[in-house]
Design a binder for this molecule. Structure first.
Ligand SMILES: C[S@@+](CC[C@H](N)C(=O)[O-])C[C@H]1O[C@@H](n2cnc3c(N)ncnc32)[C@H](O)[C@@H]1O
Length: 479
């Protein structure tokens, strides 16, 4: 009897062979044809083409999916619907999983470990099952090059937003409810500063806020007046206030979200001392005229939420007329311009003391025009054209440095826990959401949990840049 099933992955039909664990494309035949019309011989033909028909399971090389981890007691895996499941395992099953490296045949695993074949076969079948997919069987030794992706999963389609002429998120942040705010950062929109909110070995045992203030202050000394725009859950503010816990400091926060401001206030109150003067304003930072003067203005992953509009609309505005046309030479009508970010630059120029500086980080493809992110399903975050913002900042009179966030934070490329392994480990033994170095995880798991996967931190952070602005002494811009 053929062990075949029709599987729909991401809108495409596949034939799945339970014995081999291999999926086959099903372009030539529809699901109905397979179910109603195809005789077994046709299916054999399809399978022969793929070189996997009629296998002797003992001759196959099992390889474990990256979507699972295990210890000597438990196997945790994603199923086809990307739900996490757990399964208790015995010693033979544990050994089998450990040896399933894609380089060793099942018969050799069994011989070398004195596992009982009859005992392990139900386990192999369970692992191969369409709903489990913990292992795949190969007919030759594993070679990453030829195998490509190890497992096919039903990845959700990216969310495609409408490309309206004007994109803004004012209502989204204003309406954020108190019960939503934690989840907003934990799962919907996890920012880099959130991932580094605690002291982290990747940042030399500093938190993001500490590293930021340490690196900015290296040559300049302590700022007296700091403005943070869009403070999220308040972690950067907390780190900075702790860093200056024995010194006088005025710390001002502008945020659009009342719920986030409440959350920040509660958290910040716990660390602020009598030397600290903290002010909170529930306002749209794009629109306000800032009267106070600051030594330092910080904005982490905020300007991507500001208004952007298509060039064809922007070129009719007064704001555009005040700027040099050459700045937009490579823009065409349907391109988005980060207009909110541009007016923000002008505002912070006026809000900085002479010699004051601003730190603005955000997501950018650098050489690409602003694009609405398809990762954020519930609001329209847009990438930043930092090259344009750099030129405009120079025109405004700033001394400007544009650099990758990784360089600013002095991070060398290193391995960090992959997202899928994070979720599995978290299910296994609740861990905080944050950036974990390979070194940290190795110590944490003490070699007792297997198949933990890592990614390069550069892969995660390569799209984040920092604009460092310093107000030079003479020039002055009015609104
Ligand atoms: C993506 S979160 C980043 C939060 C924090 N800086 C971080 O790195 O985790 C954006 C923050 O900016 C605020 N925000 C968005 N648009 C704003 C606006 N026009 N004026 C003031 N705050 C804004 C949001 O309420 C939120 O606190």
């Amino acid at each position: 009897m053929l062990n075949l099933k029709i599987v729909n992955l991401n809108g495409i039909d596949y034939i799945f062979n339970k014995l081999t664990g291999i999926f086959f494309h099903c372009d030539r035949v529809t699901k109905e044809e397979i179910c109603n019309n195809l005789i077994e011989d046709d299916l054999k033909e399809i399978l022969k083409e793929n070189d996997f028909y009629s296998i002797d399971m003992l001759e196959m090389y099992p390889i474990v999916s990256q979507y699972c981890i295990w210890s000597d007691k438990k196997l945790i895996y994603y199923d086809l619907d990307m739900k996490i499941n757990s399964y208790d395992i015995n010693l033979s099953e544990f050994v089998f999983l450990n040896k399933s490296d894609g380089m060793t045949k099942i018969k050799d695993i069994i011989n070398d470990s004195s596992i009982d074949y009859n005992e392990i076969v139900p386990f192999i079948n369970f692992l191969l099952d369409i709903n489990t997919q913990v292992i795949k069987l190969l007919n030759k030794k594993f070679e990453f090059k030829t195998l490509g992706s190890i497992f096919i999963y039903n990845n959700p389609k990216p969310f495609i937003h409408n490309q309206n002429n004007i994109v803004e998120n004012i209502d989204y942040y204003k309406e954020l409810q108190a019960e939503q705010v934690h989840n907003q950062f934990e799962s919907t929109e996890t920012t880099i500063s959130y991932m580094f909110r605690r002291k982290n070995d990747i940042l030399n045992n500093k938190s993001y806020g500490e590293k930021l203030i340490y690196n900015l202050g290296k040559k300049r000394g302590k700022p007296n007046d700091i403005l943070e725009v869009g403070a999220g859950l308040g972690d950067v503010a907390v780190s900075i206030l702790k860093y200056y816990n024995r010194q006088k400091l005025n710390y001002t926060i502008y945020d659009l979200s009342g719920s986030l401001l409440d959350y920040q206030r509660e958290k910040i109150n716990k660390v602020a001392t009598s030397l600290h003067n903290i002010s909170y304003y529930c306002i749209n930072a794009e629109k306000i005229n800032i009267n106070n003067k600051f030594d330092l203005i910080i904005s982490n992953e905020v300007i991507g939420d500001f208004t952007s509009m298509k060039y064809k609309i922007f070129k009719n505005t007064d704001e555009y007329k005040q700027l040099s046309k050459e700045l937009f030479n490579n823009y065409s009508d349907e391109d988005y311009v980060n207009t909110g970010a541009i007016s923000f630059l002008k505002k912070i120029y006026n809000a900085l003391k002479e010699d004051g500086q601003a730190f603005i980080s955000e997501y950018s493809e650098l050489d690409g025009k602003p694009q609405i992110s398809n990762m954020m399903f519930d609001h329209k975050e847009i990438s930043i054209d930092f090259i344009l913002l750099k030129s405009i900042s120079e025109c405004f009179g700033f001394e400007v440095k544009l650099l990758p966030l990784m360089s600013f934070l002095d991070i060398d490329d290193c391995k960090i826990l992959s997202q899928q392994s994070f979720y599995l480990l978290n299910y296994y033994n609740k861990i905080h959401k944050q950036m974990y170095s390979q070194h940290y995880i190795k110590n944490y798991t003490n070699g007792k949990i297997f198949n933990i996967k890592y990614t390069n931190i550069s892969f995660y952070m390569k799209f984040f840049y920092v604009l460092l602005l310093k107000k030079q002494k003479i020039k002055y811009i009015t609104n």
